[in-house]
Structures are given as C-alpha cells and as structure tokens.
Design a protein around this ligand. Structure first.
Ligand code: TYD
Length: 424
C-alpha cells in the first residue's frame, strides 16, 4: 500500500519565529516605523507578509511592498536559518521512510527558501517533493498540496499546524492531522475539521505509523581531563543538536542511574582514600555495567541521542594510565560491562595536564580523583593520547583552550556531520 504524507513547514516541521521576527523588525526599522511589540510580531507567523504589513502595521500597499522587499533582503541571507527543527521530527521522518512512505512538503514559503532550509538541516533525503509558491504555482494551500502529492496513492495525509492546512487537505480529499505544538491551537484545528489532533510529534508518529519500531538513535560520549570544560560544551552541543531536531538525553559516568550513582558516591568520597586501585577500576566498571543496560541501550533503542559525560575511555585513561594498571587490563575488566556498546563518536576536549592542574586549583572543592598528584594527571593525559592514536576515527578532538563558543562551533559541526552520515 502506497502511503503519502505531506507536511506544512513553519510550525509543523520547523519553528521559525526567530528569523521571522528579526526580519520584521529589520523591515520596520529600515522604513522608519517603530519596533513592533511582541503581540504584533506574533501575528506575522502564518499569513502572507503583504497582508500582515498592511493589516498589523497600518502600511499602505506601496509601503508594504517596500517592507516585504526589506524583509526578504535579510531573510534570504540570515533569517532563513534562524529556526529550529522540532524535537522528534527527524525520528518521525526516518520512521516514515523506513516504512516506504512518500513524503512531501506543501508550504506557503517561497519554494526556493523551503528547499534551502531543508537542505541546511540535512533533511533533503527524506523528501520526495518540496512545493511552495513559485513561478508556476500560486499560494492557495490546496493547490500546493495537490502539487506535492504523488500521481497515485492508496492513502494520503496532510499534516499542519493551522486551519489553512486542514482546510487545504480536506479540499483535496485527503485525511488531515492538526498539530498542536505549532502556531495554531486545538480549537482552531478541530473547528477546521482535522481527522486527528496531535499534541506532540510522538502523537503524529502514533497516528501515521502505529506500532513502528523506532529507528535507532546514537550514543555519544565526551571526555577530557578535569577542568577541560565538559559541562559548558555539553550544553552548547545539545542546543546545536536540538536545533537540528535530535532528541538529546544527558547522562554521566560514574552514575546516570540509581545503582551507579550510589557507586559514584563511594568512588568520589574523600573518606575512601584507602581504596585499592583494582577496587577502584572494578567499581567504575560495575557502575558502567548497570548504566549501559538501564540507560544507554534503552535510550538509543528509542531513537534518542544519548550524550554521556565520560565513558570507558575515562577508565582506560584514569585507571589504566593514571593508576598504571595498564590499558589492556582495564579493557578486559570493562569488556563484560560494556558488552559491545561503544559510542559512535567521542568528543575529546583537549587540554594538557598543566592547564588542567591550573583550572583544578581554581576550583573550590576537589573530589578524590581531582586530589591526585600532577604526575597522575600527566599519565592520564598520555593514556588519552594513546587511545586517540589507536582509534582516530571515533574521536572528535578539539583544542579546548579556545573560547567556549569557538569550541562549541567546531564540536557541533563535526558531531552533526557524523550524526547525519549515520542516518544515511
Ligand atoms: P566527572 O563527573 O567528570 O567529575 P566532576 O563532576 O567533578 O567534574 O568525573 C568524576 C571523576 O571520576 C573524574 O575525576 C574522572 C574519574 N573517572 C575515572 O577515574 N574513571 C572512570 O571510568 C570515570 C567514568 C571517571
């Protein structure tokens, strides 16, 4: 059975107000109008720009034309990309493709802009058609939907966040889903007569592909010496991934679940200075065994991106190198814990042990590991370098002495490229 699914873009696949509002502000400023307030800006999402500039800002036709030109001038260069893919949309699109569906877009945005946005987010491979107003087609939603549909199909759906989408789908004679996470509300969508109301992206998946097994997600880890700035980078890279529609879950080692967090307490408590090296190594592995099974595997199986603050590389570096238990011994101890679950990519925030020492010295309290002598951290650094040399494909190594923004940009670029490659 050939199923076709057509999506609206703004408010359904992408959240685009940031770019729209910045461009309306730019146009207003350029034409000497006062900056529109938040309520006015909100009204600009959805209707045609010519209408909005006249109706909401009191411009005459000729002035509105100039405003639209100013808007486009900024929009075509930067505004276009000031938007986000809703979390879960990638999983939805991958699920539809996995099921052999025909997938298209019918948007009120000029076709060329829609194509550039989809390309920018690395989503082109999921669409069989992208239709927007252009040379050969007007802006009526039903016409756009008809053009986006394949010649033949057994079942077809229009998915959108505004009444125009529902009405357009109904005019074409296909089923409709109104989504409540966009710019329209439930009442508007139900009044327009949608067949299904979906409050979340998951509801859309459930309606279109009931019982589908989600495509698998990804496991990423982040590593570095203490003081390398992992926490800041975790936040920056998460924002970048979420912007692209990935659903990101954070976890950490040692820890990440109840049993492993309890082990973490034991490992890091300064009361336990008498702990032997091999006990320490086995406790890190024990915490990991629980974490892999209880948190990491289920998240990846549910299609999420699990970003873990440290993983087995930390054991190899700290216990293998720092404690001098040896790389192979640590890998052997960890083999049953990890049991083949390894990160698709590992971000390594590269600072040397001297910089690490200086940054640790500035910290208010130190845990049992951080209290170790500098020679311990020097050996840990050397072991990390050995790991990277052994497996250069897996590591994304970034100079962590740069500004956080610069580091974040480099990490995001490389990690996103890998995630998209893995989806292909
Ligand atoms: P981390 O959570 O990065 O410390 P913090 O939250 O204080 O920034 O890591 C805790 C410490 O545990 C860190 O010094 C590294 C160490 N560690 C190991 O020695 N082996 C391991 O396998 C792991 C995961 C961490």
């Amino acid at each position: 059975m050939r199923k076709a699914v057509i999506f609206d873009l703004d408010g359904t696949l992408t959240q685009s107000e940031e770019g729209i509002w910045n461009c309306v502000r730019y146009a207003a400023d350029k034409l000497g109008f006062e900056e529109p307030d938040a309520a006015t800006l909100h009204k600009f999402i959805g209707p045609p720009l010519m209408f909005s500039f006249q109706e909401y800002m009191g411009m005459d036709f000729a002035t509105a034309e100039k405003a639209v030109a100013a808007y486009r001038e900024r929009y075509s260069v930067v505004g276009l990309f000031e938007n986000r893919v809703y979390p879960g949309i990638r999983r939805l699109l991958r699920t539809l493709k996995q099921q052999g569906c025909y997938v298209g877009i019918a948007t009120g945005k000029p076709q060329a802009f829609a194509q550039r946005i989809i390309e920018h987010f690395g989503l082109s491979r999921y669409f069989d058609s992208i239709i927007g107003p252009g040379e050969h087609i007007g802006s009526e939603k039903d016409m756009l939907i008809r053009a986006a549909l394949p010649e033949t199909y057994d079942e077809a759906w229009m998915v959108g966040d505004r009444k125009f989408d529902v009405e357009g789908g109904r005019a074409v004679g296909i089923r409709t889903i109104g989504v409540g996470y966009g710019y329209g509300d439930e009442e508007e969508l139900r009044t327009a007569g949608c067949d299904v109301y979906a409050a979340t992206v998951q509801d859309v998946i459930d309606a279109l592909c009931p019982g589908a097994v989600p495509p698998s997600g990804a496991f990423l880890s982040i590593e570095g010496l203490d003081g390398s700035g992992k926490t800041t980078q975790i936040n920056l890279i998460t924002d970048a991934m979420e912007r692209y529609g990935y659903e990101v879950i954070h976890s950490r080692e040692p820890g990440g679940c109840k049993v492993a967090e309890a082990i973490r307490e034991v490992l890091l408590s300064v009361d336990n200075v008498g702990m032997t090296d091999i006990t320490e190594a086995m406790l890190y592995a024990a915490a990991r065994a629980q974490h892999v099974r209880e948190v990491i595997r289920p998240a990846v199986a549910a299609g999420k991106v699990l970003l873990c603050d440290r993983f087995v590389d930390s054991s190899v570096a700290y216990q293998g190198g720092g404690r001098q238990l040896g790389v192979q011994r640590i890998l052997d101890i960890n083999a049953p814990a990890v049991d083949g679950t390894l990160p698709m990519a590992t971000i390594y925030l590269d600072i040397d042990h001297v910089t690490s020492m200086k940054r640790r010295a500035a910290a208010s309290t130190l845990d049992r590991m951080e209290m170790e002598a500098d020679s311990f951290h020097a050996r840990t650094e050397a072991a990390y370098r050995e790991l990277i040399a052994r497996d250069p494909q897996r590591f994304v190594v970034v100079d962590a002495t740069q500004t956080p923004e610069e580091i974040g940009k480099q990490v995001a670029q490389q990690v996103l490229a890998r995630l998209m490659e893995a989806e292909a």
